[in-house]
Ligand binder design. Structure first.
Ligand SMILES: Cc1cc2nc3c(=O)[nH]c(=O)nc-3n(C[C@H](O)[C@H](O)[C@H](O)COP(=O)(O)OP(=O)(O)OC[C@H]3O[C@@H](n4cnc5c(N)ncnc54)[C@H](O)[C@@H]3O)c2cc1C
Length: 394
C-alpha cells in the first residue's frame, strides 16, 4: 500500500475527511481522477455539531449518492423548531425538509462512498506540505512520523475544518496561510447525552438563546441526544475549559431541562476554536474548502451544506483544468463567494442580532404575526428551500 501511495503522482490529495473533503473526493474519484483522502483522526469519529441537515444538504447528499443510506437510518424529518430567546418561547413549524443525523454516521457514509468511487483513504495520518520538493507539475506532501512517505500530487485541497493547521514545512509558506477571526466570535461547544435525559421528540429542534450564547438540542438516529452551541469565550478570564463551558451552558439552558440534575454535571463537553473566520492562502495549486475556507456560526445550521457544496464545486472547478495556469486560490474564493456569499452574510446578520437577544425576541414576536412568516424564516435557515419532488424524505 505505501509503495502505491508513494509511487503514484496523484491528481488530488485532499487533507481532511469531513463533509467538504469527502464530497470533493466522491466527485473527483467518480470522474476518474486519482484521489488520496487523508485525515489525522481515526474513524468512525464524532465531531462538535448540531447534526441538522437542511434541505440543501439533503440535495447535495442525493447528488453524491449518499442520501438513501442516510435516510435508511433516520425515522423522522425535522418538523418543528422550539426557539426560546430571552425566556420567550416561539414555536416555528419547519416547512421544508431537514434531518438530524449524527456526524459519526454521516461522515462515515461519505467516506465509504468516496472509497467506493475509487478514492484511497488514509485515516490516522498527519502530513506536512513540503514545497521544497515541489515542481511545476506537482506539490509534495510528507507523511509525519512512521515511515516518512513522500507523496506527489498535482493539486492539494485543504479541508481541515476550523483547525488552521501548521501544515507547511517552510515557515515563509506557512505565513501565506492566514486566518482572520471576527472580533466578537464565539467558540463552539457540543456533547452527547443519553436518550432519556431530556424530553425531546425526534422531529424537533429545541434552541435556547440568551446573552451568554445559544444551545440547540436534537435527537439523533441512534436515539441519543445531541447538544451543540456557541458561547462567548472571553467573558470571565478566571474560568476555562469544562468549568467555563458548564458555567455558561447552565445559564443558557432552563434548570429543569435535564430529568436528572446529575446528567448535566456528568457531561464532558467538547469545544472548538473561535468560529467566525475566513482564511486566505496564496500558494499555487493548494485550495481551501469548507470551514477551512470560511465559517460564520452554527445558529442557522448551514455549515454542512456549505461544506458539501464547496467540495462539489471545487471538483467542478478543477476537474477539467488540471493543466490550466489560470486557476488559483483567489479565483476559486471568488467563485465560492458568488455562490455562498449571500447566505454567509445573512448568517452574519443573524449572528449579530443574537448578541441582543431581548431586542431580537421582540422583533420576532412582531415578525411571526405576519402571514407566511414562518415559511420565510425556515427558508432563511435553509430548511425551506424548493423541494425536489423525487426526493423521498421519511
Ligand atoms: C457547535 C456547532 C454546531 C453546528 N451545527 C451544525 C448543524 O446543525 N448543521 C450544519 O449544517 N452545520 C453545523 N455546524 C457546522 C459544521 O459542523 C461544519 O460547517 C462542517 O463540519 C464543516 O465541514 P468540513 O469538512 O469543512 O470540516 P470538518 O467537518 O471540521 O472536517 C475537518 C476534518 O479535517 C481533519 N483535519 C484537521 N486538521 C488536519 C490535519 N492537519 N491533517 C489531517 N486531517 C486534519 C479533521 O480530523 C476533520 O476530520 C456546526 C458547527 C458547530 C461548531
Amino acid at each position: 500500500m505505501s509503495s502505491i501511495i508513494e509511487n503514484t503522482t496523484w491528481d488530488f490529495v485532499i487533507i481532511g475527511a469531513g463533509p467538504s473533503g469527502s464530497a470533493a473526493a466522491i466527485n473527483l474519484a467518480s470522474k476518474g481522477k486519482s484521489v488520496l483522502l487523508i485525515d489525522k483522526s481515526s474513524f468512525p469519529r464524532d465531531k462538535v455539531c448540531g447534526c441538522c441537515l437542511n434541505e440543501k444538504s439533503l440535495r447535495l447528499l442525493d447528488s453524491l449518492g449518499v442520501l438513501n443510506k442516510v435516510m435508511e437510518q433516520v425515522s423522522s424529518k425535522l418538523e418543528n423548531l422550539s426557539l426560546t430567546i430571552a425566556n420567550k418561547n416561539f414555536n416555528i413549524p419547519l416547512s421544508g425538509n431537514g434531518l438530524a443525523v449524527s456526524r459519526i454516521l454521516l461522515d462515515e457514509l461519505l467516506i465509504t462512498q468516496a472509497i467506493k468511487n475509487g478514492t484511497t483513504f488514509l485515516p490516522s495520518t498527519k502530513v506536512k506540505i513540503n514545497t521544497q520538493l515541489a515542481n511545476t507539475e506537482f506539490r509534495s506532501i510528507k507523511i509525519e512520523g512512521g515511515n516518512n512517505l513522500e507523496i506527489k500530487s498535482r493539486f492539494i485541497i485543504l479541508a481541515t475544518g476550523l483547525s488552521n493547521p501548521k501544515i507547511f514545512i517552510d515557515p515563509e509558506e506557512q505565513k501565506q496561510f492566514k486566518t482572520y477571526i471576527s472580533k466578537n466570535s464565539h467558540i463552539g461547544v457540543g456533547a452527547k447525552v443519553d436518550c432519556d435525559s431530556i424530553n425531546i421528540k425526534n422531529n424537533e429542534i429545541k434552541m435556547y438563546v440568551n446573552k451568554e450564547g445559544y444551545v440547540g438540542i436534537t435527537r439523533l438516529e441512534d436515539g441519543n441526544i445531541d447538544l451543540a452551541g456557541a458561547i462567548s469565550a472571553h467573558k470571565d478570564e478566571s474560568l476555562k475549559g469544562q468549568v467555563l463551558i458548564k458555567d455558561t451552558i447552565s445559564k443558557i439552558l432552563p434548570n429543569n431541562i435535564f430529568k436528572n440534575k446529575n446528567d448535566f454535571q456528568n457531561i464532558v463537553w467538547q469545544g472548538t476554536p473561535l468560529l467566525t473566520r475566513e482564511s486566505k492562502l496564496n500558494i499555487s495549486k493548494v485550495f481551501l474548502i469548507g470551514d477551512a475556507n470560511r465559517y460564520v456560526e452554527p445558529f442557522t445550521g448551514q455549515g454542512i451544506s456549505w461544506a458539501l457544496e464547496s467540495g462539489v464545486m471545487i471538483s467542478e472547478y478543477l476537474e477539467n483544468t488540471l493543466t490550466s495556469s489560470s486557476i488559483n486560490q483567489k479565483n476559486w474564493k471568488r467563485v465560492l463567494k458568488k455562490t455562498q456569499g449571500n447566505e454567509m452574510l445573512k448568517c452574519n446578520i443573524i449572528k449579530h442580532s443574537l448578541r441582543y437577544p431581548k431586542t431580537t425576541s421582540k422583533i420576532l414576536s412582531y415578525v411571526l404575526k405576519i402571514p407566511n412568516s414562518t415559511h420565510y424564516l425556515t427558508t432563511l435557515f435553509g430548511h425551506g428551500m424548493a423541494t425536489n419532488k423525487d426526493m423521498k424524505i421519511p
